[in-house]
Design a protein. Sequence first.
Length: 348
Amino acid sequence: MTDKKPGLTYADAGVDIDAGNALVERIKPAAKRTQRPGTMSGLGGFGALFDLKAAGYSDPILVGATDGVGTKLRIAIDTGNVDTIGIDLVAMCVNDLVCQGAEPLFFLDYFATGKLELDQATAIINGIAEGCAQSGCALIGGETAEMPGMYTEGDFDLAGFAVGAMERGGELPAGVAEGDVLLGLASNGVHSNGYSFVRKVVEMSGLGWDADCPFAEGPLGAALLAPTRLYVRQTLAAVRAGGVHALAHITGGGLTENLPRVLPEGMGAQIDLSAWQLPPVFRWLAETADMAEGELLKTFNCGIGMIVVVDPARADAISALLAEAGETVTRIGTLSAGQGVAYSGRLL
């Protein structure tokens, strides 16, 4: 009688269920750290529960947002520095939510890879938990997908899903009017948009990710991975203080495309580019690529990651509140009749 050969297992096909279970156990402490009023269940179930009443809402409107990190992931993968890419993922979702006037309540992530590497995955999800903790948002679930044949070795992809709430009648934008003041909140750098262009410029420069950074201390790759700034707690405090008419998250499309999204028909913006200094990373990108100022303004945040549109009578008070919360605040312009964004002064 011949011995029967062992049958094929799921692990033989490239999917390690045990590794997935081990990851869930590793990240439970990080997820637990993000719990907030309204959280009802931990990781591991088929779905996640959240109690809006326990979160303090009586007549809530729900707001959802989803996003990714784009090709900034390529730099994280190539450098092996994945500790903060999860913060980027959270920020890209929750910074959008607050622009609607919503408080982020909970977050779910989708992490897909060809082969699950426990240390890498743990670092990524710990970063997600850190972003959630900083923005008062509970990490209540997600999906880890191991898909051999879909990703090359070491590669992964991320997507995030955030849900927030506001009391009915609290939606933004609201009350936007001619004469409103534009307060610009400083960015941490490139944030998470325009990285296909960034990578092209780095290629043109002939520098590697481990080369000395030409615009900051340390390696170039590490400088370009500076995480997206989270504006949640600060801007919500400003909204609750009164006088905030709109918020604009400056992402893909830059100042030129994003501010008009929160303005009513027939309303335009006047922005003084000389009001703030262009951060060195953007100057290096522009000079290396011989980039026109107009192209720079519609590609990157150019140092302004969020614009707060405020009643002129409340501008000084809101500016002081935001500064006390740790923001670098600059009065960059006003609203007027018209359309789109008109610039004065120069950045370059």
